[in-house]
Design a protein around this ligand. Structure first.
Ligand code: TTP
Length: 686
């Protein structure tokens, strides 16, 4: 459900920056001889030359579209260069694009709060920077204005094409302008400079929208591409929004949009203006009613989140048609590849960003042999995430089995190894609920994490530990993802191919990416409605890729080696034993799956993993055991024998000693203990 958030101010300066034909640019940087030539990046397969996922603007001018297959693109534009997406582990390897996206984010984040929205999109809150510029060097005081600023498209400015630049210059430099417009004008300078900097440092061009909120900035960024920027002055909001088809607005592609059309006769955003807030609240509830009333007026209070790293990591693949997976052995083969990739990426995230992911989710699409049963969705399943390829694979298999059991509940005979009653057409794994590790705990974490891996016994996976992915997050990517996986193509993505492209390559922060990409494409369409200026080809293809940060190759291997070495050297660690066995007891109280979810969520917003100070001066940690009872562990610091610290690797002994020092305990217990208890929790080693 949409959330109505009041705008903190209508004078914010928000930019949405979107890279132009991003994968193509990445490939062109790698092979400069492709620059200036019609080029497309193709997800290659033998069927008609594979599917195009990115098309250069030169190729677009020949009529090449993302929905085409390679063969069709060749027939439309014989000179087109088709570059194949790199492949690793039998599937697309997108790390080169993710890393390129990270380069861009690093530059864009220099001027204000930066939210990485997808592999090639970023929101910026430039309010402070714009206010600073306005007070120190207002546009009207500048003698020279960069051409890139003058080339901005300012919605609402009407002038003959030959006079447009002069009109924009005047708009930017008006000394009697409304303060909000002045701030946007400053935003135009800042964004132009950032875009030029991105070009200089990465060789990539990008386009941008500059407005008072995220919704408007996003709508604007796709209106003039490539390598241009569009400003939405306050007075132009109404004329921008009014003609827009209601179903194309973010979050209105599904049932809510349908209801607006069918029940209230609302086809455009302008139609929505006729309804009072009270009437909309009456029909859709207080929150949604207000949200609808707001969006019709261009009001959107969503803040730019400070996030340059991805919210989740995902990997997956589609297996269309005859390629569908029909046996548990085939599922295991692929899950093994996914687990390996996920484990590597998580390891790099831990190493480089000091973050840990808490939830593992498996998504799949399936069909059954009988037509009548094909409507049922394969349920997405989640469980607490345990690090390491082996554990991820083990858990993923259990999640799959749980999902399959449920999926086949009406036809149990089809279940089992080697059965032919079902086929998996896409399969993916994601790691989400990523939280920062409290500073100072990293090397300890790594050590315990290694121990955890080497000491863990095979886990009897209990179904109760598996929960529906849909309940995981109220605002995170999963809920969006679920939405798109379950009712995916009713919005802008009508055909299965598009969905396939999406599922094949994009599984991280998919939610937002899906919606955002759809809206980017949409904003290109609306450029024709709202401005007389050039309109690039409307794209109704499927969605963009996830956003992962660094190439993780090798990370897991080194960790595993280190783990083995430690184990050989030390035998069974007594400090580890202490943490594993000391003072744990179980409360008989039964908790629901939802309760479990709440615990996980609270750990995200507050303490890292559900630890609370205990009355006895130790660290109390709440965990859910395999039997779903609550396990309450109290680790008493006083009872740790300082001698066992000698068993730890030298580089972390000092940290643990500091943690044990009486005078520091009050401060250190929570901060450090929270992670330690998590890693020593009984569940981690099950
Ligand atoms: P987009 O930003 O949607 O498109 P684009 O950058 O290629 O082109 P434009 O200039 O029109 O914005 O997607 C970003 C990248 O995500 C794109 O280069 C390739 C990838 N992608 C896919 O792999 N599959 C898809 O269906 C889409 C839409 C994108």
């Amino acid at each position: 459900m949409p959330v109505a958030r009041p705008e903190s101010s209508d004078s914010r300066v928000i930019a949405h920056v979107d890279m132009d034909c991003f994968y193509v640019q990445v490939e062109q940087r790698k092979q400069p001889e492709l620059r200036g030539h019609p080029t497309a990046v193709v997800q290659y397969n033998a069927w008609k030359g594979g599917g195009l996922i990115a098309v250069s603007y030169e190729a677009r001018s020949f009529g090449v579209k993302r929905s085409m297959r390679g063969d069709e693109a060749k027939s439309v534009c014989p000179e087109i260069q088709l570059v194949r997406v790199p492949v690793a582990r039998g599937k697309a390897d997108l790390s080169i694009y993710r890393n390129a996206g990270s380069e861009v984010v690093a530059i864009l984040s220099r001027k204000g709060r930066c939210e990485r929205a997808s592999i090639d999109e970023v929101y910026l809150d430039l309010t402070d920077a714009a206010e600073k510029m306005l007070s120190e060097t207002p546009p009207e005081s500048l003698e020279v204005i960069d051409d890139e600023v003058i080339k901005s498209h300012v919605l609402g400015i009407s002038a003959e094409p030959s006079d447009v630049r002069q009109a924009v210059r005047e708009w930017i430099c008006r000394s009697n302008a409304d303060r909000r417009d002045k701030l946007l004008a400053c935003g135009a300078f800042i964004v132009a400079e950032l875009r030029m900097q991105v070009l200089k440092e990465t060789q990539f061009s990008c386009s941008a929208g500059i407005a008072h909120n995220k919704m408007l900035a996003k709508l604007a960024s796709g209106m003039n591409k490539p390598a241009q920027q569009t400003v939405v002055p306050f007075v132009s909001i109404k004329s921008l929004l009014e003609p827009l088809p209601i179903r194309k607005m973010k979050q209105l592609g599904g049932k809510l949009g349908c209801s607006l059309q069918d029940d209230l006769g609302v086809n455009t955003v302008g139609d929505l203006l006729q309804f009072s807030e009270g009437r909309l609240q009456e029909r859709y509830g207080i929150n949604t009613g207000t949200w609808l009333w707001n969006i019709a007026r261009g009001i959107n209070g969503d803040e730019v989140e400070s996030r340059v790293l991805p919210k989740s990591h995902g990997t997956g693949k589609t297996f269309p048609g005859l390629n569908c997976l029909k046996t548990i052995a085939a599922i295991e083969r692929w899950l093994s590849k996914f687990s390996e990739e996920l484990a590597e990426r998580l390891e790099v995230d831990l190493e480089q960003n000091k973050r840990i992911a808490q939830t593992l989710t498996l998504h799949a699409s399936a069909h059954k042999a009988t037509e009548s049963q094909s409507q049922k969705k394969f349920p997405s399943k989640s469980c607490p995430l345990r690090y390491g390829t082996t554990k991820i694979l083990e858990d993923a298999l259990n999640l799959f089995q749980a999902g399959l059991r449920e999926y086949l509940s009406s036809s149990s005979k089809a279940y089992g190894n080697g059965c032919s009653g079902w086929g998996i057409t896409n399969l993916s794994l994601s790691a989400s609920k990523i939280v920062d590790i409290p500073s100072g705990t990293c090397s300890i974490m790594k050590y315990f994490h290694t121990q955890d891996q080497s000491c863990s016994s095979t886990k009897e996976f209990n179904d109760k530990e598996i929960f529906e992915a849909a309940t995981l997050s109220t605002s995170g990517s999963e809920s969006y993802l679920m939405k798109h996986l379950q009712e995916p193509q009713t919005e802008c993505h009508e055909d299965g191919t598009k969905m396939n492209t999406l599922m094949q390559t994009h599984l991280e922060d998919e939610s937002r990416m899906f919606e955002d990409k759809a809206q980017t494409n949409f904003s290109r369409e609306i450029s024709s409605l709202s401005t007389p200026v050039k309109k690039n080809e409307p794209q109704l293809d499927s969605v963009g890729e996830d956003a992962v940060i660094k190439d993780a190759a090798g990370g897991n291997r080194s960790r595993d080696q280190k783990g083995k070495a430690l184990k050989e050297k030390q035998g069974t660690s007594s400090i580890l034993q202490f943490f594993q066995t000391k003072n744990c007891f179980q409360e008989p109280k039964e908790e629901s799956v939802n309760d479990m979810q709440e615990t996980t969520e609270s750990s995200c917003s507050g303490k890292a993993d559900g630890t609370v100070p205990s009355e006895s001066g130790g660290i109390r940690s709440l965990h859910r055991g395999a039997d779903q009872s609550r396990v309450d562990c109290i680790y008493k610091i006083d009872e740790i024998d300082p001698n066992v610290v000698d068993e730890l690797p030298r580089e972390i002994q000092e940290e643990v000693r500091a943690w044990l020092r009486p005078q520091k305990r009050a401060n250190n217990t929570m901060r450090r203990g929270s992670s330690i208890t998590h890693y020593f929790s009984p569940n981690k080693n099950l």
